[in-house]
Design a protein around this ligand. Sequence first.
Ligand code: UDX
Length: 443
Amino acid sequence: MDKLKIAILGMGYVGLTSGIAFSKHGFKSICTTTTRSKAVNLAKGIPPFYEPGVEELLKELVNVGMLSGSVNNVEAVDQSDVTFICVGTPSLPDGSADLSSIRDTARDIGIALKEKDSYHVVVAKSTIPPGTTEEIILPFVEKYSGKQVDRDFGLCMNPEFLRQGEAVHDSFNPDRIVIGQHDKRSGDVLEYIYRDYTCSKIRCDIKAAELIKYAANSLLATKISFANEFSRICEKFNIDVYEVMRGVGLDFRLNPRFLDAGCGFGGSCFPKDVSAIKTLAKNIEVETPILDAVLYTNEIQPLHLVEIVRDAVGSLKGKIIAVLGLSFKPNTDDIRATRALPIIKKLVEEGAKIRAYDPKAATNFKRLVDLPVEYCDTWEEGLRGADLAVVQSDWKEIRDIKAEDFKRLLKNPVVVDGRRTYDANLLKAQGVRYYGIGWKNKA
Ligand code: UDX
């Protein structure tokens, strides 16, 4: 198996970082995309998105011929031994997962396998509802290839748990590797590909692997909404929710991570995956009161941040507000489901004038929204002359802003912190009027 070649269908965060990790571990990989310019750029070592560390690794691996890009799925599968499906499964209007790219790639795999004599393993890595691998991918591949699973090709489901902004680190250092296998032989191939990884590996049923991803994302999103709900209780009692969650997280049965209250979760996974599993459950007549509440809390939390702004400075009519951070989290230019959108919408509705700054995501945000926002090239420009600052995404350079900067640049040094970015006591001691999610705002 030493010379296994890998095709990765999809060049998003999961596809590209998986391609980088596999080729770095010695497996020559081809990443495909439907967008020609992305494939052309990949050949020059230019990634299709901003993600720390990706560009350097890409250049290195492309230069030594271990990683290449293509727009031809059939050719990529034909030239490889294992194919990972890493295409997107975005939300449809009813919240369910759009599986059209899954069907397209399964068909392409089938077409390629028709002409191949050697054993090939098909692996679904995209986040897909339970049953998709065996009830959609498998029949498509069998239909278009004329071949039979187990005998002619293998089938696995191998969910990906990487976080954007940390994608390189996570793909080289996962907490666990889940191998859902149709049969032992296919699972063995995946186990071999991951042989250098020392983390726990579990081998399970394909449907269980599919659901593990939804369950993990739902539980993480639940922790965040839980902390956010408590943040509002804490504010009423003038208690710091971070102190409370620190105390909660020390229980060995829990875990201190993902209990950071803020203005809500965004990104390409939590909102989409919780909605998808909730819709799926509804369609099979299973009630999901916990998941409903997780999403509801995530809708009200950004609006609650605007309430804090109002409490801090009164009417927002005509106020100039510097919004710092537009991406859904630091270290990414991704603005999918960013909480900056509901926050800015509400601030504009209430008559505020918005100056926005983000180190990387302003172009994407501008493309997404049609709102009267003045985009600034630096945080200094955003703060200069504004009535107050609102922090939505805590990039390091935003975290590094000092009390003296707020005092020097803002009309009045008022900071409303949606991510609990700063040491509140320090800022207050240095003369900044500090308000934060789950903070002692009335003290
Ligand atoms: C998430 C999962 O963490 C990852 O395992 C999965 O593969 C994809 O979805 P990602 O969306 O990239 O990763 O980022 P993550 O760091 O999980 O943050 C998601 C959102 O939750 C961000 O908006 C972040 O600001 C928010 N968040 C996270 C909180 O509000 N509080 C926390 O304690 C942690």
